[in-house]
Design a protein around this ligand. Structure first.
Ligand code: PEP
Ligand code: MG
Length: 577
């Protein structure tokens, strides 16, 4: 039966395809004694055989859809499945203890995992623990007659349905076949949503119950423009939504004409519209959408996509590729923002009650200077190849900023002494995403070359509302006067001190926020590459003289975000007349 679920529109576009549930089955079991050892061994061997066949199939499809490197992990799984030390130990347990295969598998794999995890001086071996865990899960599923989701084996067009998607889950999805995704939880600024926008696939998050409302293979519509997910739609709904999707694509094509145009207002004032990227692979989107700079390169994805810390040279190559790819246009690279919802499998950090309020971003870098210094050296070396700005995330105090800068200068001095070339015009900036930094922007402005406002976090910390929690997503209010005052104070402080101010949070590409930011004189607008042309076409409509009053009204007269939306909507109506 048709059912429409309302969620949060996380990435533009409309798609219709069959649902693919990325939901783990319950793999709990009871330990029992067995009397027929041979029958139990046969059951166990059958599960190993089925698991091996399954992994081979996944490996072959993964090779085709994701590439050879991504398929490599399945070779490691096959090695474990055929390793007599591992499989033999389980058989021995079944024979000696006379226990069922599930219990023998669980006990043996726990032992292996512990041994691998204990190899603290060998990260490669430590990571094998994750492989043993994955393989055991697969064998267990076969023993229990359950099916594990296998995202890497997707070989037809689907809409992925999940309770939540971590950034690394999202990275594993094949761009060719995944036409959209719908989740139970999450907000517009969760990193999975940001990745969906960079992949240009429609997404709806925070539906609360999509995983319980749709079955594998059922037709599903994802409307990322309005935030709707339609399960088992009628034929006429399919036709209507397909039409909506093609209208959206037509409008997108129309905007493509602005690709090589400058970003100017109707009265000829020039601003910069930049793109946010996560990896050098996103550069195609940057060029296709005519972004004039890169306002944020989230380097943590380089760490997340790798199975160990990327080396200085690996980082240098990635940064250089992006810098050179921009041909002299500015590239702002942010030092790693690990923590919060971004963690690394190979970096066992202490568990924290509130990771978003814990040792995240610059706090983690300052505590782990060896890793931080490696990244800074790679950045400094890459700075010789173009126009680079290095930016620190989550700065809350002047002390943090000064410490980060002094480490950067120390590494720079060492490189220069060794005769290594470093860019002459390197700029140093900071993100304004902790309210304390926004309040003291007048003091911070004296110590950096630029600010970039990170509204995703600035809003979460100002409103005390977790950005990934849909129960409080109503508090994600970029146009709330409290947020606007912080933004205005930041921009004014930057200008009074002769530095430029940009914004790389999602609000920079928001239709309601844009005119308000323009009236505040924000210099640079950095957003998902797919939003660049929409904002450029919007910019052309405004005459800055008509916007003079807007900033003050929005900050000091309006009492709510809704009032500000109305203010902007009325302005737009007048413009479109
Ligand atoms: C932000 O917080 O607005 C920002 C751009 O950083 P991130 O989304 O990566 O936390
Ligand atoms: Mg942030």
């Amino acid at each position: 039966m048709t059912k429409t679920l309302k969620g949060i529109a996380a990435s533009d576009g409309v798609a219709v395809a069959s649902a693919y549930l990325l939901v783990e089955p319950d793999l709990s079991f009871s330990k029992t004694s067995i009397s027929d050892v041979d029958a139990e061994l046969a059951r166990y061997k059958k599960a190993i055989k089925e698991s091996t066949e399954e992994v081979k199939k996944i490996r072959d499809t993964a090779k085709k859809s994701l590439g050879k490197d991504e398929a490599q992990v399945f070779e490691a799984h096959l090695m474990i499945l055929s390793d007599p030390e591992f499989t033999g130990a389980i058989e021995k347990e079944i024979k000696d203890q006379k226990i069922n295969s599930e219990a023998a598998l669980d006990e043996t794999s726990q032992k292996f995992i512990k041994i691998f995890e204990g190899m603290t001086d060998n990260t490669y071996m430590q990571q094998r623990a994750a492989d043993v865990r994955d393989v055991s899960k697969r064998i267990m599923a076969h023993l229990l007659g359950k099916q594990l989701p296998n995202p890497a084996s997707i070989d037809h067009e689907v809409i992925v349905v999940a309770h939540d998607l971590t950034p690394s889950d999202t990275a594993q999805l094949s761009k060719k076949y995944v036409k959209g995704f719908v989740t139970d939880v999450g907000g517009r600024t969760a990193h999975s949503a940001i990745m969906a926008r960079s992949l240009e696939i429609p997404a709806v998050v925070g539906t609360e119950s999509i995983t319980k409302s749709v079955k594998n293979g059922q037709t599903l519509i994802v409307d990322g423009l309005n935030g709707d997910a339609v399960v088992d739609p009628s034929d006429s709904q399919v036709t209507d939504y397909k039409q909506k999707g093609s209208d959206f694509l037509k409008q997108k094509a129309e905007r493509k004409k602005l690709k090589n145009e400058p970003s100017v207002t109707a009265d000829g004032k020039k601003f910069t519209i930049a793109a946010n990227i996560g990896t050098p692979n996103d550069m195609k989107g940057v060029h296709d959408n005519g972004a004039e700079a890169i306002g944020l390169y989230r380097t943590e994805f380089l760490y997340m996509d790798s199975s160990d810390f990327p080396t200085e040279d690996q980082q240098f190559e990635a940064y250089k590729k992006v810098i050179e790819g921009m041909n002299g246009k500015q590239v702002i690279i942010r030092t790693m923002d690990i923590g919060g919802d971004k963690h690394l499998d190979y970096w066992d950090l202490p568990k924290e009650m509130n990771p978003f309020l814990g040792v995240r971003a610059i706090r983690l870098s300052l505590k782990n200077q060896k890793i931080f210094r490696t990244q800074l050296r790679a950045l400094l070396r890459a700075s010789a190849y173009g126009n680079l700005g290095i930016m620190f995330p989550m700065i809350g105090t002047l002390k943090e900023l000064r410490e980060a800068k002094s480490i950067l200068f120390d590494e720079k001095d060492k490189l220069v002494k060794k005769g290594v070339k470093v860019g002459k015009d390197l700029q140093i900036g900071m993100m304004i995403e902790v309210p304390a930094a926004a309040v003291l922007a007048d003091q911070f402005a004296k110590e950096v070359d630029f600010f970039s406002i990170g509204t995703n976090d600035l809003i979460q910390y100002t409103m005390a509302a977790d950005r990934g929690n849909d129960n409080v997503s109503y508090l994600y209010q970029p146009a709330n006067p409290s947020i606007l005052r912080l933004i205005k104070h930041t921009i004014d402080s930057a200008h009074k001190n002769g530095i430029w101010c940009g914004m790389c949070g999602e609000a920079a590409g928001d239709n309601t926020m844009f005119p308000i930011l323009l009236s505040m004189g924000l210099d640079e607008y950095s957003m998902s590459a797919t939003s660049v042309l929409r904002i450029r076409s919007l910019m052309k409509k405004f005459n800055t003289k008509d916007l003079k009053e807007l900033a003050n009204k929005a900050c000091y007269v309006s009492e709510t975000a809704e009032e500000n939306k109305e203010l902007v909507d009325n302005l737009m109506k007048k413009l479109n007349k």
